[in-house]
Design a protein around this ligand. Structure first.
Ligand code: NCD
Length: 318
């Protein structure tokens, strides 16, 4: 079997061949999506529950669309309005949902490790849609697919990840994935937004955008995660844009064909200049959103195959 995992909790446990297998399948889904081909049999008869304990626009919509395109019965749990507000623990909520016998559980949670914990308590496939500052595996996979399609390969590229790295699960998952695929990774951030222990990541570290962006193939910008800060990380947004915001002058230091990425949501004029974000010759931000649906289709397809294989015939019949 090419993709062995029962859950998709993070990039960390994945082997490079599993990443390639998932991206290959996602690439074919991307082409099918463009041609409007339906695959409603792939997840037919399976129930997908989306549990988002944190706000989300594109990730939740993309998981919902991916499930529907593959024929799953998709339910969105409004976790703001759920019993969590009445004091129910995460585990109790998980056990309640488990009793409804879902097949795929998509979970976003503000606490690092919460999704792993939940996966131990349920007997369905769990997909991590972002847990605290820990991991956001489908985001890293969709970024990887976008890079591979734009650059024709996913190895030996020079990739800069810039901005609020300390608070970013997107950065963590990307550092792991791009490292496993043997790329050169540069992290660019002010010292206050650089995670501790960065020396162990196998990356190059820069404080200065102009130096860090020199000759890179990919520029990945990150949102300033104000909701995870308690003040004092940057002098002011204006000063931050001046030093770390991606504009034409800073981008000129990268390779002439370098692509610009951002996971969204963007703070225009804070970490990125709006004209760069909208420049269709450089920015692949919309392509990232498109690849998000394809990657989630591939991830749920592969996990559903493993789930079906692991269930005994009697269990499948009840
Ligand atoms: C990211 C997230 O939620 O981690 N967004 C996303 O999933 N597209 C990044 C962010 O919130 O800045």
């Amino acid at each position: 079997m090419i993709f062995r995992a029962k859950h998709l909790l993070g990039i960390e446990p994945l082997h490079p061949t599993e990443i390639t297998a998932l991206l290959d399948l996602a690439d074919s889904y991307a082409e099918h999506n463009r041609r409007g081909v339906a695959h409603r049999d792939v997840l037919a008869g399976l129930t997908q529950i989306n549990m988002f304990f944190e706000n989300s626009t594109r990730t939740q919509a993309s998981f919902e669309l991916a499930g529907k395109r593959l024929g799953a019965d998709v339910m969105n749990m409004g976790m703001q309005a759920s019993s969590i507000k009445k004091g129910e623990t995460l585990i109790d909520t998980a056990l309640t949902l488990n009793a409804m016998r879902p097949d795929l559980l998509v979970v976003r949670h503000p606490h690092s490790g919460a999704v792993d914990l939940l996966a131990q308590k349920v007997n369905c496939a769990v997909l991590n849609a972002g847990d605290g500052r820990h991991e956001h595996p489908t985001q890293a996979l969709l970024d990887a697919l976008t890079i591979r399609r734009a650059k024709g390969r996913l190895h030996r590229l020079s990739i800069a990840i810039c901005g609020d790295i300390a608070h970013s699960r997107v950065a963590r998952s990307n550092i792991m994935l791009l490292g496993k695929m043997e790329n050169r990774i540069r992290l660019i951030a002010p010292p206050t937004l650089m995670p501790s222990g960065v020396a162990d990541f196998g990356v190059e570290v820069f404080e200065n955008m102009e130096e860090g962006l020199k000759d890179v193939d990919v520029v990945m910008m990150l949102r300033l995660q104000k909701e995870r800060m308690d003040g004092g990380f940057i002098p002011s947004e204006r000063e931050y844009f001046h030093r770390y915001g991606l504009d034409a002058a800073k981008l000129a230091h990268a390779k002439p064909d370098a692509i610009v990425m951002h996971p969204g949501p963007m703070n225009r004029g804070v970490e990125i200049d709006g004209t760069i974000a909208d420049d269709i010759n450089r920015s692949v931000i919309q392509e990232q959103v498109e690849m998000g649906v394809a990657v989630r289709m591939a991830a749920m397809d592969l996990l559903a195959q493993n789930l079906r294989a692991s269930r005994s015939p009697q269990e499948v019949m009840v």
